[in-house]
Design a protein around this ligand. Structure first.
Ligand SMILES: [Zn+2]
Length: 302
């Protein structure tokens, strides 16, 4: 007869002045089973736990934020409510549905709008940055469908997570990264490093491998485009990867400079480039900093 063992997970949320805001059992596990598969937490237990914990913490944070903003910041008068509307915060630990209150602004000072909703100022995005990070990271390595399946396997992500939602989020992140890259052309012909910029190191210490591949539309076989991918390997620094579609990319040179910058190198760092000698890959070599050396990688070319 196995001895009964029950695990209770108690959550207590306390405010700054030690007032207990929430104190409840969020998960109870029956751990009486002596089989090996019942030892410790199973994936379902961990997903239940994370999902409930996330729900409670997000709710508490949203409520605390509302509490701090329910009085007029100028005169301290309590603001009159104007109902609630639903919002959903999508996180790596599940979707959290919240009732977001709306308040009338105080008459003591003029404002453009009559009402406002404090949670709208807290939740400037409805998808948590970490969920976007996880989805983008995995979707850049494996298919959108596999990414969705992987996340559903290990995390309490929403049941609606599928290849389409992952694709939409990845595109959103990519568009933002492209916007951050800017459109201006960096000056690669500088005689010396700008103030505060890193100094170039030996050309031989930075190896950049570049390769291109044509992708064809499976149905309309006449449509294709070339994807160029590369890896920058610099002595004593982390490797950095880049990828672009030259026919679509307005700033291939800037993209490459960003790779160097993230490796702590100046934009005018000369590099040693390895390619298979393909035309478009060679064209990209023309965008590299002055003094770079192009080496045909015959092993790859053959
Ligand atoms: Zn006021």
């Amino acid at each position: 007869m196995p001895s009964p063992l029950r695990v209770q997970l108690q959550l207590r949320i306390v405010s700054d002045d030690d007032t207990i805001i929430r104190d409840e059992v969020i998960l109870q596990l029956d751990k009486s089973d002596d089989r090996i598969e019942a030892v410790g937490l199973c994936l379902k237990d961990s997903k239940d736990l994370l999902g409930r914990l996330q729900h409670a913490v997000v709710e508490a944070q949203a409520a605390a934020y509302v509490n701090r903003h329910r009085r007029c910041s100028a005169c301290g008068r309590r603001l009159r409510g104007k109902g609630h509307y639903p919002i959903v915060f999508r996180t790596a630990f599940g979707h959290v549905a919240l009732a977001s209150p709306r308040f009338y602004r105080c008459r003591c000072h003029p404002a453009d709008s009559k009402t406002f909703s404090p949670p709208a100022e807290l939740f400037t995005e409805h998808t948590a940055p970490e969920l976007l990070y996880l989805e983008s990271r995995w979707a850049s390595l494996i298919s959108f469908g596999m990414t969705a399946a992987l996340l559903r396997d290990v995390l309490p992500v929403a049941g609606t997570t599928n290849s389409e939602t992952v694709r939409q989020h990845l595109h959103k992140v990519a568009a933002r990264q492209d916007a951050d890259l800017g459109t201006g052309q960096p000056d690669l012909m500088d005689d010396g490093p700008a103030t505060g910029q890193a100094s170039p190191i030996a050309r031989e210490a930075v190896i950049v491998g570049i390769d291109g591949v044509y992708l064809r539309n499976w149905h309309d076989k006449r449509k294709n485009f070339e994807v160029i991918v590369g890896k920058s390997m610099a002595e004593d620094r982390d490797d950095r990867y880049f990828g672009l579609v030259r026919s679509q990319d307005a700033a291939p040179r800037r993209r490459f400079c960003e790779v160097l910058r993230r490796q702590g190198l100046p934009a005018d760092q000369p590099v040693t480039v390895l390619t298979d000698g393909g035309d478009s890959v060679r064209a990209l070599v023309g965008d590299l900093p002055a003094g770079s050396e192009h080496v045909l990688d015959w092993f790859r070319a053959t």
